[in-house]
Structure formats: structure tokens, C-alpha cells
Design a protein around this ligand. Structure first.
Ligand code: PBG
Length: 332
């Protein structure tokens, strides 16, 4: 199977998106409610519930607190969850070795969620090096540049650790070349034939990620992400190239990020690919809405309008920090 896969004969497993009822609802339902994914930030410890200043309403939580948060979300009918690890400075190093460590609190959360909710939950996990490198870059630096292939090797280790713990989708957010095929091959080799890959295929070097980097303590200590994330000026050709390449390498979901400033790109990509399309309504977009509205009603109307614009542009899946409030306050 793997040899065929490497030869490009078998590189897709369309059944992955159909595997559980909750995966089918997420990928194929027309309703906005079923399309929502709530992001969470996981820290070590117990009883930790730290508000993030730049993102009102969003907290960093230790596994015990987070499991309660997600249980409440599940009751509301939010079945899809995206988990981001947040590490302490002293755990970080130049090769992000902590990110694939067997002791990551994130792994504990995945296991608990899958044992508690089984097929009712869709657990997605972020696969990147930036939260675990001491320099904050998304890859391993060699001769002052991010070394693509060394970084991909590390990404595969991280993805495998999440798959082993039971993640439904590993979400590659790093923008290294060839990582989707490498991760797909690593998953196949290890027998994880039902683990999906959500690829951040079309990810721009955007100024809208600031609050997230604060939340995940992942801002680069020097330079920026322009040598791997896409140039904000680049046209549709490159967006379609990235998306169709990831699709051919075996991505199960194709993501565009950020969302609001790239709706035209979402439309073009949705027309060009045959896998479900996701948008990431990123931290800067969230903070902008939060700071421009003073009451629930006006925020609700704004969020509803934004979500419909995503759907109209062609998004099947919406990753948004507004998911919980949109559902609990009946904004949809
Ligand atoms: C990790 C990652 C980032 C985001 C998601 N995954 C930060 C970045 O690329 O700098 C941003 C999400 C957001 O802004 O809400 N690479």
C-alpha cells in the first residue's frame, strides 16, 4: 500500500471523512452549526484557567479544566474541537523535541476525549513546530534558513504521536513543502489508515495572527514567516497550486487561512478541489469583532453575517473562536 502511495497510485482515502457520524456532519452538512470547530489552548498543570488578554472569552486551560469546557461544548452540540499545545519556555529547544514527547498534556486530552465521547467527537490537533522551538519558527533552522526536509521529519513524529493518542485529524499548519505526503506515508506505515489530515494548504504570512501568537507563546524571536507562509500579494494561481498539491498528496480537508480577507481565494480554491474546504477565522479577525462591538446583539449579527460569507464563498468547515458563543447564544 505504501509503495503504491509513494508512486502516486493510491494517495487518497476518501473514507476517512466518512468514518464516523460526527466526521460526516462536519464535512458534509450544509448547516453552519455542524460546520463549526472550536479552537482550544492546552497548558500543563491542574486547575489552570488563564484568560488571554488579546482574545476576550478565550482561555489557556490545563487538561482537567479543558475537559470540562469541552464536555459543556459537546452538550451545546459543538462536536468538533481543535487543540493547540502551549509550552513553557524551559521546555523549548531548537528542534522542538517537546512537541513529539510522550508526556505532552495534549496527548492526555486527546485520549480522555476519545474515551469519553468516542465517535461523537471530532478531535483535531495542530501539528507545527512553532510552539516548541526556542526561536518560535515553524521549522528547524539550518544556516539561517528553515530546513524544509528536517522540519518535515519532526512534523511526522508529532503527527504520529497525535494519531497514536486517537486524534481524528492531524492539522499541518507549518507550510513546509511535501509534508502532507510525508505525514500520510508515516500514518500508513504505522497503520493509522483512519486518521485524517487537515492541511493548512493556503496559509498567508498574515498580520492577523498576532493574538494567537500571544496565546500560544509562539511569536518568532527574530525575522518573520515569509519564507514559508504565502505572500499576501500572491494571486490565485499559487493558492490553487498549494491546494491541489496537498489534495494530491493526500490531504482530507483543505484549509484557507485567514478567512475574512481571503474570501475570493476561498471561492477559487473551493472550485478547484474536490475535498472539503475549511476556513480559519483567525485570532486577529476574532479580536477585531470583539473590540468593535459593545453588546451581544450587535456582535451576534456581525458573527452571523461573517459565517454566512464563509459559506457563500464555498467553505464546508469554519474554525472560529466565536463557535461557542454563536451556538450558546443562538446567533445562527
Ligand atoms: C501555528 C499556527 C498559527 C495559527 C494557527 N496555527 C500561528 C502562525 O502561523 O503564526 C494562527 C491562528 C490564529 O491566528 O488564530 N503555525
Amino acid at each position: 500500500m505504501v509503495e503504491k502511495l509513494r508512486g502516486g497510485i493510491v494517495n487518497l482515502r476518501p473514507r476517512i471523512n466518512r468514518w464516523t457520524p460526527s466526521r460526516r456532519d462536519l464535512n458534509f452538512s450544509a448547516s453552519i452549526h455542524s460546520s463549526l470547530v472550536q479552537p482550544h489552548f492546552v497548558v500543563a498543570g491542574e486547575g489552570v484557567d488563564q484568560p488571554i488578554d488579546s482574545m476576550p472569552g478565550i482561555h489557556r486551560q490545563s487538561p482537567d479544566v479543558l475537559l470540562q469546557t469541552i464536555a459543556a461544548d459537546m452538550k451545546l452540540g459543538i462536536h468538533s474541537h481543535m487543540l493547540f499545545p502551549v509550552l513553557e519556555e524551559q521546555e523549548k529547544d531548537s528542534t522542538a523535541s517537546a512537541a513529539s514527547s510522550k508526556d505532552m498534556p495534549l496527548l492526555h486530552v486527546i485520549r480522555q476525549l476519545k474515551s469519553q465521547f468516542g465517535n461523537d467527537i471530532v478531535v483535531m490537533t495542530d501539528v507545527c513546530l512553532c510552539t516548541a522551538t526556542d526561536h518560535g519558527h515553524c521549522g528547524i533552522i539550518h544556516d539561517e534558513h528553515i530546513d524544509n526536509d528536517l522540519s518535515v521529519t519532526e512534523l511526522c513524529k508529532i503527527a504520529l504521536s497525535h494519531a497514536e493518542a486517537g486524534a481524528d485529524y492531524v492539522s499541518a499548519s507549518d507550510m513546509m513543502d511535501g509534508r502532507v505526503l510525508a505525514i500520510r506515508t508515516a500514518l500508513e506505515d504505522a497503520g493509522f489508515v483512519n486518521t485524517g489530515i487537515l492541511s493548512y494548504s493556503v496559509k498567508y504570512a498574515s498580520s492577523f495572527y498576532g493574538p494567537f501568537r500571544d496565546a500560544a507563546a509562539s511569536a518568532p524571536t527574530f525575522g518573520d514567516r515569509s519564507s514559508h507562509q504565502m505572500d499576501i500579494r500572491s494571486g490565485y494561481g499559487e493558492a490553487v497550486l498549494e491546494a491541489t498539491t496537498d489534495q494530491a498528496e493526500g490531504a482530507d480537508i483543505i484549509m484557507i487561512k485567514p478567512a475574512m480577507t481571503y474570501l475570493d481565494v476561498v471561492r477559487k480554491v473551493a472550485d478547484a478541489v474536490s475535498r472539503p474546504v475549511a476556513v480559519y477565522n483567525v485570532s486577529g479577525e476574532y479580536s477585531m469583532v470583539m473590540s468593535s462591538t459593545s453588546d451581544d446583539e450587535s456582535r451576534g449579527k456581525m458573527v452571523r453575517e461573517i459565517f454566512h460569507s464563509f459559506k457563500r464563498a464555498g467553505a464546508d468547515i469554519i474554525v472560529s473562536y466565536h463557535a461557542r458563543e454563536a451556538v450558546s447564544r443562538n446567533w445562527l
